[in-house]
Design a binder for this molecule. Structure first.
Ligand SMILES: [Zn+2]
Length: 479
């Protein structure tokens, strides 16, 4: 806390106070002895003269020193890049969870607008990977891999080889779940520091990345957003060779509100305003350190949000006349469906019977089930044993669940749908030396971000699903 207020070497140098005679001379002590008046006067005059002489010397020396400093700071202002403080490009990768594309128009967002105006923006948003869920997308952003290849195929999933289920609380810091090479591992493999102020996957050790305490924060959603921003800013007060060249920063809003109230509610507007103020706090902290224009800020979200309500429900129990689906088969529901029937069932028959039933049941036309190998190729959602053998795509805003809720309301918001839906898009904004000012680019998938970041950092990334040469479309050449 309060890291933003800690002076750095530049500010403390410039704000060094002038010395003065009064501060270096202790106040005369009151005397009660009887001394001849003339003698006392002479002694006092002599003492005062010496004090004034010392004061003048110190003052002029200090004045000269500060004039030199002023000249140096003017020179720095004229040639602000590269600052000696940043010996290497730095990327701050920020995620605002569930920041649906378009939220930035809901309210005044002067700080996000500043980044957009002076940076590069995906004009119609950033496309998530399927499923448009939090963990798969955050990990695709930092690995450049589709979920089938990075292993985190959903927020919760079963691994038949391990015969274990991944959950966020139990699996976040266990390396065996996390495949691929996340950015923080790539960075430390190249001999630089990286830091993670929260990001899915960051707590798992990978290669040389061991989630060291100072550089890797254990996720705790109750840490105030201000503390997170200040924590990132504090890294810039380290010796230049130790400043992490990649810093992640994560906010769980406005996703938290989106689930509760859906995307069109004053609570969302308020949450968006708060995220904007955190971006403002970061910008101010960087400006205070004189490095705002030299740091790369990449602001993204993991997915969008769409309103759901209790009239848009599909119940698996309704399919019983055609096929009885046990709740133990269901590995994913709500915005997508994942089913793993026991081995003695024919998967083809299960799909056929479900498809027959869905033609008859209420809202059934809004759910389409596939053998995962038959899903549209653009979803890249087959090449992992962790992906359920049968996948159902749910129409936007509909919810599939096992049974009718007893009076429970289902109104709120959801994500996880087909990543083709516009409502599932989030934002991409890049600001800094490698991002052209005011540039707009077409929407792209978040698996491209890994290569964009490694290009800015000028390090060789691991093989991934990003498009070769894509960073050249987004970035300006390095100098
Ligand atoms: Zn999310």
């Amino acid at each position: 806390m309060g890291g933003e207020d800690q002076p750095n070497s530049t500010t403390s140098l410039l704000s060094r106070p002038y010395y003065s005679g009064s501060s270096s001379t202790p106040p005369p002590e009151k005397t009660t002895t009887t001394v001849p008046f003339i003698s006392l006067l002479l002694t006092t005059c002599l003492a005062l003269s010496v004090t004034v002489a010392i004061a003048i010397l110190l003052f002029s020396s200090s004045l000269h020193h500060s004039q030199v400093n002023l000249q140096i700071s003017e020179a720095i202002a004229k040639f602000s890049r590269p600052l000696p403080k940043l010996k290497h490009p730095v990327v701050i990768l920020i995620s605002s969870d569930g920041f649906r594309f378009g939220y930035q128009f809901k309210t005044d967002t002067p700080n996000i607008d500043n980044l957009i105006k002076n940076g590069t923006e995906a004009e119609e948003g950033l496309i998530p990977v399927f499923p448009s869920a939090t963990f798969p997308n955050h990990y695709s952003i930092v690995t450049g891999l589709h979920p089938a290849y990075h292993g985190i195929i959903n927020n919760r999933f079963f691994d038949p080889k391990l015969n274990e289920t991944f959950t966020r609380p139990t699996g976040s810091n266990v390396s065996k779940w996390w495949f691929g090479e996340p950015l923080w591992e790539t960075v430390v493999n190249h001999g630089f520091n990286a830091s993670t102020y929260f990001w899915p996957g960051s707590m798992a050790s990978k290669g040389k990345w061991t989630c060291q305490e100072y550089f890797c924060k254990q996720f705790n959603e109750s840490v105030p957003f201000e503390e997170r921003v200040d924590g990132v800013l504090n890294y810039f007060d380290m010796p230049s060779s130790e400043i992490p060249v990649l810093m992640t920063l994560y906010f769980q809003d406005p996703d938290a509100q989106g689930h509760e109230v859906g995307p069109d509610d004053p609570d969302i507007t308020e949450a968006v305003g708060r995220i904007d103020s955190m971006i403002g706090r970061l910008i101010q902290g960087l400006k205070k350190r004189g490095i705002f224009e030299d740091v790369h800020i990449v602001l993204v979200g993991d997915h969008g949000m769409v309103g759901t309500c209790d009239k848009k429900l599909i119940f698996l129990d309704d399919l019983a006349p055609w096929i009885k689906i046990s709740s133990s088969w269901v590995e994913a529901d709500k915005a997508q469906l994942g089913i793993r029937p026991p081995a003695n069932y024919s998967l083809v028959d299960v799909v056929a019977n479900m498809t027959k039933g869905l033609k008859k049941v209420n809202n059934g036309k809004h759910l389409k089930v596939y053998l995962k190998e038959k899903l549209p190729k653009r979803l890249h959602y087959a090449a992992s044993d962790r992906i359920s053998p049968i996948i159902g795509l749910v129409d936007e805003g509909f919810t599939v669940t096992q049974s009718r809720p007893g009076g429970e309301k289902y109104c709120g918001g959801a994500h996880g749908y087909d990543n083709n839906y516009f409502s599932m898009r989030s934002i991409f904004i890049g600001h800094g030396p490698r991002f052209a000012k005011g540039k707009k680019v077409a929407s792209f998938k978040n698996v491209e971000i890994y290569n964009i970041v490694t290009s800015i950092l000028d390090i060789k990334g691991a093989p991934n699903n990003g498009t070769r040469g894509f960073p050249n479309k987004i970035l300006v050449p390095s100098r």
